[in-house]
Design a protein around this ligand. Structure first.
Ligand code: SF4
Length: 490
């Protein structure tokens, strides 16, 4: 579809609004007027004697809507929001679907809410958020509550602290909705690389530990993700866990998480190995408690396996367990999703994270047919049910984010029991602390102590590259030293 942006630079915001309704539409942005035909969105900003006129003309399938509004003394930022709002209104009319977050299209609504709180104060923040961004009241409430929870955690991220992230990009099989770089170990080639991968990872950890010490940084949290770290054998886990213990000072580490996401990777030996090395938080992810949906998405475990492994983790002494659920999975229904939520509540884990399915191109479920069967309204009902029931059951929303192309532009929310927040999740999402990362596909994020500067250092994505070009990625780590010279810890 053609998007005309005449005399303004709001195309990014407007494109985001279009994608709420037409996620896979190719959008051609044009800055010059030309004859209008076919499907198009024509937008224009006209400035005359301090008066601004905003124009939006939307034509789709032969039907055309036109709006024109005039404003006095508005800022550029306000003009952008107003124009996005005009476009949203036309699209809502055309597609008969109102996105719950209105024109809040960025990744983190709670971050936006935090800036609204700063601007207009807590008492007025929700109302402002609803009016300005056309969000539903329940979403404003959610963003407000999360912003307040995040504030406390963000304040705890001292300028001389860091988190350590370890990437294990392997899984037993690949889920159909997966958009991560994760290798199924059912593939012999991928599996054969694991011993070398573990070796290189340990080398990288040594380097990171040295750099962190030399720069006066202390370790505040550790997080293993991927992939599914527990795809490794308990011996391999032991090697890496021992390396971390030997290299880093863990005395001020408040949280040590390992994702054991796939129940089919969990064994008693692995849980005991994690426990022995002071891992104090794990996730065991059902995604759904419906076996036919699990089968549909390529997870080779049953709902019963999840419960068995969860009980095993409890017996091993884990008292901080997260469970991920996904709203909008193919073939799932609202009833079945409600059942999954109820089942998770009954199991009573400390954290429940409710994701909305994201239709990334790198996942295998995005085909033309399936796309149309994944209904954003149904997913919205699932998310609303989860929000209601989790609140009623003593959980609080403490962090949130959105992936691009999530169904209905809906959110992912981490819920926790009192004082059971995962700090790493907030540090990472809030970009409020340096995260030093090891392993293929991981990204080191450098954060200026007490400032806003953020810089990223990327590791190679695939294990074979990570192993083959290891020296190159170690050289890149020197940027951590120069960064802290430029932005010293005060
Ligand atoms: S468990 Fe997670 S990382 Fe692994 S294939 Fe499934 S979605 Fe991807």
């Amino acid at each position: 579809m053609k998007l005309f942006c005449i005399s303004h630079n709001y195309h990014y915001e407007i494109e985001n609004v279009i994608r709420l309704f037409l996620p896979f539409q190719k959008i051609l942005v044009l800055k010059e007027k030309e004859e209008l035909s076919g499907d198009y969105l024509y937008t224009e900003k006209i400035e005359e004697n301090g008066r601004i006129t905003l124009v939006s003309e939307f034509s789709f399938g032969g039907k055309t809507q036109k709006s024109e509004n005039q404003y006095l003394n508005i800022t550029d930022n306000e003009a952008e929001l107003y124009l996005a709002g005009m476009v949203l209104t036309q699209f809502v009319k055309e597609f008969d679907f109102k996105p719950n977050w209105g024109i809040v299209t960025g990744v983190r609504p709670s971050k936006l809410m935090a800036s609204v709180i700063d601007e207009v104060g807590e008492e007025n923040a929700k109302e402002y958020f609803i009016k300005k961004f056309l969000a539903e009241p329940n979403k404003a409430e959610m963003a407000f509550n999360v912003a307040k929870m995040e504030e406390k955690i963000i304040k705890s991220a001292d300028g001389d602290s860091f988190s350590l992230y370890i990437s294990i990009p392997y899984c037993p099989t690949r889920c159909s909705y997966c958009s991560f770089v994760s290798h199924s170990i059912s593939n012999e080639k991928a599996r054969d690389l694991i011993p070398q991968y573990v070796e290189k990872l340990c080398e990288e950890l040594k380097v990171i530990a040295e750099i962190s010490k030399n720069n006066g940084l202390y370790l505040k949290s550790v997080y293993w993700g991927g992939g599914t770290p527990t795809t490794l054998t308990h011996e391999q886990l032991d090697v890496i866990l021992t390396e971390i213990e030997n290299d880093f000072d863990l005395s001020r580490c408040i949280e040590y998480t390992v994702e054991a996401g796939r129940p089919d990777t969990i064994t008693k030996e692995k849980l005991e190995t994690l426990k022995k090395h002071n891992v104090n938080r794990i996730s065991i992810n059902p995604q759904t408690f419906n076996n036919s949906v699990l089968n549909e998405i390529g997870r080779r475990h049953s709902a019963e396996d999840t419960v068995t492994k969860y009980n095993l983790a409890r017996e091993t002494g884990f008292d901080a367990i997260n469970m991920d659920l996904i709203a909008g999975l193919p073939t799932d229904t609202v009833e079945s999703f409600k059942n999954s939520i109820e089942k998770a509540i009954t199991l009573n884990p400390e954290n429940i994270t409710v994701h909305t399915l994201s239709l990334k191109r790198s996942s295998t479920i995005v085909t033309e047919d399936e796309k149309s069967s994944l209904d954003a309204t149904v997913t919205g009902d699932m998310v609303e049910y989860a929000n209601k029931r989790l609140s009623e059951s003593g959980y609080k929303p403490y962090y949130m984010y959105r992936q691009s192309k999530s169904l209905g532009n809906l959110e992912n929310v981490g819920w926790c029991k009192e004082n059971k927040e995962c700090y790493y999740n907030v540090y990472m999402m809030g970009e409020c602390q340096t995260v030093l990362s090891a392993g293929a596909g991981s990204v080191t994020k450098l954060k200026e102590p007490c400032g806003r500067q953020i810089e990223r250092i990327f590791n190679f994505k695939f294990p074979f590259e990570y192993i083959d070009r290891f020296n190159e990625l170690i050289e890149r780590k020197d940027r951590i030293n120069t960064f802290y010279k430029e932005y010293p810890i005060k």
